[in-house]
Design a protein around this ligand. Structure first.
Ligand SMILES: [Zn+2]
Length: 73
């Protein structure tokens, strides 16, 4: 029986909001959206809902478009 509570070898995986790819948390940038602006949360301390984007240039470039789309909803 695998022990799901074990943290050994466990790397959190998050989804890039732009390309929807799944990456290890360490390969992603965390950011929060505050007053419709993207704030990179490098220290992971912003107590707001966090989002992740991967470190590909195209995803970072598309991040503003993503935010515009998100704000339309
Ligand atoms: Zn991406």
């Amino acid at each position: 029986m695998p022990n799901k509570k074990s943290k050994v070898g466990y790397i959190p995986v998050r989804t890039c909001v732009v390309c929807k790819g799944r990456y290890h948390q360490s390969d992603l940038y965390r950011f929060a959206v505050i007053d419709s602006e993207i704030m990179f949360d490098l220290k992971r301390r912003i107590p707001s809902r966090g989002y992740y984007v991967c470190n590909k240039n195209e995803c970072l470039e598309k991040l503003n478009k993503w935010l515009l789309k998100k704000n339309k909803k």
